[in-house]
Design a protein around this ligand. Sequence first.
Ligand code: CP
Length: 312
Amino acid sequence: MKHYLSVNDIDNLTDWVKEARDIKANPTQFKTLGEGKTICLLFFNNSLRTRLSTQKAAINLGMDVIVMNFGGEGWALEYVDGTIMDQGKAEHVKEAAQVVSQYADIIAIRAFASLEDKKQDESEEVLMAFTKYATVPIVNMESSVGHPLQALADAITLNEANTKKKPKVVLSWAPHPRALPHAVANSFVQMMQLQDADFVITHPKGYELDTRITKDSKIEHDQNKALEGADFVYVKNWSSYSDYGKVLNEDKNWTITKKKLGNAKFMHCLPVRRNVIVTDEVLDSEQSIVIEQANNRTFSAQTVLKKILENL
Ligand code: CP
């Protein structure tokens, strides 16, 4: 594998999850694979889990890690070819991507959607520009459209916690005061489409995700109906896709409560707003597996980095 840009780069999810669980059982077993290699993590947005788990994964593989908060510390980058750069942008991504490639064997990038310009967000401007101009592999640490490292961690967590041949897994929208991107939900849907599961998406009308991603996944607008008999409830807020980036609904009736959850396991990528997305009672119960999801971010990243290192 050269790059890890989306869930589509997973050639066999079952094998990848198996490999990740094997790595988790002995995280330093491939400590020599990354010796003498450097990964550079570029953050255009904030992070806790992605930043620390990707560093931890690289360290477990024997790599050196360089981290840069590009948003606050780097030169403002120009992405448009042929621009007369006489305004605020100090450096073109053409040089920046090639320069970072001199210092690192792998570049990982976090660059969220602006939620202001749908076309620009869908072009994955930052991720694609680095993929085009860097001379080393690129890893997506959450882009405008996807969060494939999170989706792989979610697949590992589901595999560990599942006891059924075909579990019922529900992706439920929940309220949030701010407009959030679609990346986590998109990648979770794409990952679930690779699973043998009864998968249902539930959200208020107006919150339909991109149909090029949901394809023929089942959608149920009645949350209580969708949650009936669920084994896993994955909860996430996202803003409207059709009325791009808008918050149309803050209906607290969509907050996940113990009653709504039933006997299901609760999943969320974190960070989560308590008593907005989900009640304290759920998060503090044994049914919540969010901490194990966060733990599995290390083994998701380690699986991806291992595959890239083996191909360098
Ligand atoms: N889930 C996730 O990506 O967390 P961070 O935004 O803290 O990295």
